[in-house]
Design a protein around this ligand. Structure first.
Ligand code: SAM
Length: 292
């Protein structure tokens, strides 16, 4: 019987035996509760039918639990100090491949074709480094990979943004980007006490599944995504101000944009945070039609 990596004493002992300290700058808060790790893997319903991508394996606590159930695991870790640790802790699991990579710079499609056989579902399971939660989620959405499911742990506060309603403080470009194509659900809350070292905030496990039907399909998806991002760039400014920063302040562009807003019946003075996903799709389509 192989002892589990995840418990507070063993986690500290492993780090000490390699002379390592936890890097706060890399979001290194390691999970040390075996039940929570098992529940994360269960939330993703990982089985022999699945090839799983993990972001940030740390010392391998979650990787190990995934490896026990999945066909194979590919784990991307940015911190080269952890590579020898992972080679050691994960040596009992031949179905694990650790890749030394910054996930934000990774070509995930390419890594998938290099490491997976194409015959299994692709799932993503991770305890995310919190300092880059939003960029990672955007990177995953933009990758075009057809994930069977995405199960990720993040700060509770960020988790709440994913499902936020228009007009609320938590609503932003992340909410729109996610709600456009995914259904998100908070699976369970994780107290900060189960991490080593402890973060300052509680966390949540989020399950993201592709929507069977998108709320609306924009004509030009890249245009839509740019519009959404740009509309929240300066949160305190009006939609009108943000549109000018996005598409130009010259008289001709402004005339066209005013006409578009009138046509789609969206008030110039409102802020982006009042618009629903469907509003953004309508606005994007109308701007495209006007040649903007
Ligand atoms: N999976 C482990 C666990 O659950 O205990 C560790 C999770 S820890 C919250 C986040 C991990 O992501 C760390 O191992 C950190 O080094 C790694 N990491 C941070 N930034 C990264 C990046 N840009 N690309 C890949 N891994 C990253």
């Amino acid at each position: 019987e192989i002892p589990d990596i995840a418990n507070p004493t063993r986690t500290r002992a492993i780090m000490e035996s390699y002379g390592l300290t936890f890097k706060k700058s890399l979001g290194q808060n390691f999970l040390t509760d075996i039940n929570i790790l098992k529940n994360i893997v269960a939330a993703a319903d990982v089985s022999q039918d699945d090839d799983v991508i993990e972001i940030g394996p740390g010392i391998g606590a979650l990787t190990e639990q995934i490896a026990k159930r999945a066909h194979s695991v590919m784990a991307l870790e940015i911190d080269d100090r952890l590579l020898p640790v992972l080679a050691d802790t994960l040596s009992p699991y031949p179905n694990v491949k650790v890749v030394h990579q910054d996930v934000l710079k990774a070509d995930l499609q390419k890594l998938i074709s290099e490491n997976f056989d194409g015959k299994h579902n692709i799932k993503l399971v991770a305890n995310l480094p919190y300092y880059i939660t939003t960029p990672i989620l955007m990177h995953l959405l933009d990758s075009g990979i057809d994930f069977a499911t995405i199960v990720v742990m993040m700060q509770k506060e960020v988790a709440e943004r994913l499902a936020a309603e228009p007009g609320t403080k938590a609503y932003g470009s992340l909410s729109v980007a996610v709600q456009y194509e995914m259904d998100s659900e908070i699976s369970f809350i994780v107290p900060k006490t189960v991490f080593v070292p402890q973060p300052n905030v509680d966390s949540a496990i989020i399950v993201l599944n592709k929507k069977a039907i998108k709320p609306a399909q924009p004509k030009d998806e890249a245009h839509f995504k740019k519009l959404v991002k740009g509309s929240f760039l300066h949160r305190r400014k009006s939609l009108w101000n943000n549109l000018q920063s996005l598409y130009g302040k010259d008289a001709e562009t402004k005339d066209k944009m005013e006409q578009v807003l009138e046509n789609v019946d969206i008030n110039k003075a409102i802020r982006g945070e009042k618009l629903t996903v469907a509003d953004f799709v309508r606005l994007s389509d109308a701007l495209v039609n006007a040649g903007i």
